[in-house]
Design a protein around this ligand. Sequence first.
Ligand code: KIV
Ligand code: ZN
Length: 393
Amino acid sequence: MRKIYIFDTTLRDGEQSPGVNLNVHEKVEIGLQLEKLGIDRIEAGFPAASAGDLESVAAVAQAVRNATIVALARSNEKDIDAAREALKQSQDACLHIFLATSPIHRQHKLRMSKEQVLETAEAAIKYGRRYFDKLEFSLEDAGRTELDFICQVTDMAIRAGATVVNLPDTVGYLSPFEYGNIFKTVKETVPDAYKIQLSAHCHDDLGMATVNALAAIMGGADQVEGTINGIGERAGNTALEEVALALETRSEFFGAKTSLVLNEIARTSRLVSKLTGMVVPGNKAIVGANAFAHESGIHQDGMLKEKTTYEIMTPETIGLKESKLVLGKHSGRHAFREKLIDLGYSLSDEQVNAAFKKFKDLADKKKDVVDEDLRVIVEEKLITTPEVYVLDA
Ligand code: KIV
Ligand code: ZN
């Protein structure tokens, strides 16, 4: 099965989420957890951005020994020198240089012709390769770049010495079909493309960051970039936990897997949420609080009979203890009875029916019916129907 390399940019693109600012200790703590998660490449920051970021990248590079540590640089010597300084203690370093290639960026931001883009990028890659064995070059806004120019820049980057070429959908604009096709075309057209790794980097502006990354894999991408919980600029980046679980759960379809330690996912998600202050929405795939929770009676009944009726992956896979059956107005008698048994009550059918009716009345008025509510319902009944046997309440 083909291995997909995972490049985590929680500490760089993820930290670019408005309102997020990680100090050096927090970056190291996340870096060490990413190492436990088995991330192949960790982008620790953008050293030329600030003295603090340079210090953080250096600290992560010193602390994390079992992953490649990556530092970002624009296509100029000053940025590359800052990355060199930050990565000098690293055991396994990679320089990541980028330059925009799309007509919109060439015309309005860079004010460069295609030739100038090619020359500037080539000079930067050659300079970077004097100091780094591993070098990734990103064609910023590749998603809106002419396909023949993407091939031309990729070809130049390989000849200049890039070991990974990244083709980002910087503004989350493409459909999966279009994005996958870029990788397929580059693989088929650029003569030495098979000698290097091609990387996918997607943003979620139209909610397609994960599916686009998967389409890139199908088109031939070797590496996927993203963040934990999908945090990042604007609507965020590809959520790495989603890609990892999609490949794991549908391996027969994708024919590719990551080497992540999947049962570290829940812990990593919680840590990133705590330190960035970015709350994970309840319905977020894989790591949201409701991802393994069931409320409707029909689903709960199915779950109690056979978990695969309503779960395509197990909570244990990502390091959670168990699925949750949440009692609410849609819940049925089966889950209600099981919950009472969990709470230590053993009731006759008649008593369950009476308590269930009270529970439904309450659930109509209250969003979450918690254990304490159930105890009150059962124990009120206990006073009027003393034959209720309380196991250990
Ligand atoms: O989205 C993007 O294009 C980036 C590059 C710097 C890789 O984050
Ligand atoms: Zn990005």
